[in-house]
Each structure stands twice: as structure tokens, then as C-alpha cells.
Ligand binder design. Structure first.
Ligand code: SAM
Length: 164
């Protein structure tokens, strides 16, 4: 599993107990040091920006991931569709990409978060299939009703006879 924008590893810690191995990436050294301090046995913390070049050259990120998770990070990246395309390229056949961000209204250019159409377009533009973009619940934050919008897409499974 790849935890993109892992921060100090709140999600990494939870998921590391149910997956074989985790590579957790963040551009902030302070965040990665926080995660490294947790000494999780099957977690490799990486301080880097995930690029196509890095995926090719860094052994820690080589190979195909079964799952890429992005928890509250996609709204912060400079090129959201490009980032999703890069992350989707790191998935193996049948692999799943799951992101969540605060929902932003379609006509709102100001608030933090991502709109449903932006997420759907990015996942679909990255070639992912079986898309789902929905909210599970909402919570009140500083007087505002906020809903985590979860986007899910799957990479096509390998067809029989296709080499992996
Ligand atoms: C709100 S925190 C979420 C942290 C963690 N995923 C969680 O759910 O607790 C956003 C994180 O994204 C990281 N981040 C922002 N832009 C990034 C990028 N381009 N590549 C990787 N990490 C990034 C930040 O350093 C920060 O740790």
C-alpha cells in the first residue's frame, strides 16, 4: 500500500496492521520524522515528491501497489489531476485508489476542498474505472457543516494472457 501525503501516519498506523507492507510518502520532513518515530515494522517512510521519475528510480517505490490512499492531501497539491495520474500509474492491475477531501461546491472557487466533478474528472482522466465519488457523513467544524468526500477508482485488471 502507498499512503500519499501520509503526515505523521495516523492512517498509516491503522492500515499497517491489516496490509503486508506500506510505503508512506510526504514532502514534509517533519511529518516523515514523526512517522519514523512510531517505528512501525512494515512501514517505509519516504520524504519526497511523488513524480513519474521517482516511481521509476526509487527502489522503495518500485513495483505495483495494490492500494493507494490519499487522506486529506489532494486539495493541497499543485496539480491535482496530474498527481492522481502519477499515483494511478503506481497501481498494479486491479489496484484501488482511495482519496478523501472536504467537499467543495461546484461553483465555489474559494473554499478548501474538492468538488465532486473535479474528483470524478481526475480519477477518470487517470484511466481508473468503477468510479465512486460520495460522502459518507458530515461533521460540524467551527460552525460549518463539512463532509468528507471520498473518491474511489480501480485500475483495470490484467486480461488473461496479458503480461504483468
Ligand atoms: C492534512 S495533512 C493529512 C495527513 C494524513 N494523510 C492524515 O490524514 O492524517 C496533509 C499532508 O499532505 C502533505 N502534502 C502536501 N502536499 C504534498 C505533496 N505534493 N506530496 C506529498 N505530500 C504532500 C503535507 O505535508 C501534510 O502532511
Amino acid at each position: 500500500m502507498l499512503d500519499f501525503g501520509c503526515g505523521t501516519g495516523l492512517l498509516t498506523r491503522h492500515l499497517s496492521s491489516v496490509v503486508r507492507a506500506v510505503v508512506s510518502v510526504d514532502t514534509s520532513l517533519a511529518m516523515i520524522e514523526g512517522l519514523a518515530g512510531k517505528n512501525l515494522a512494515n512501514v517505509v517512510p519516504v520524504c519526497a515528491a511523488v513524480t513519474t521519475q521517482l516511481l521509476r528510480s526509487d527502489q522503495r517505490l518500485a513495483g505495483a501497489f495494490d492500494l493507494v490512499v490519499c487522506s486529506s492531501v489532494c486539495a493541497f497539491v499543485e496539480d491535482y489531476p496530474g498527481t492522481i495520474a502519477t499515483l494511478a500509474s503506481a497501481l498494479g492491475p486491479g489496484g484501488l485508489l482511495v482519496q478523501w477531501d472536504w467537499e467543495r461546491a461546484e461553483d465555489d472557487e474559494e473554499s478548501l476542498g474538492l468538488s465532486r466533478s473535479a474528483i470524478r474528472e481526475a480519477l477518470s482522466g487517470a484511466g481508473l474505472e468503477q468510479l465512486s465519488v460520495q460522502t459518507g457523513f458530515s461533521i460540524e467544524v467551527e460552525g460549518n457543516e463539512m463532509a468528507p468526500l471520498m473518491g474511489v477508482g480501480r485500475k483495470a485488471a490484467a486480461r488473461s494472457g496479458q503480461s504483468l
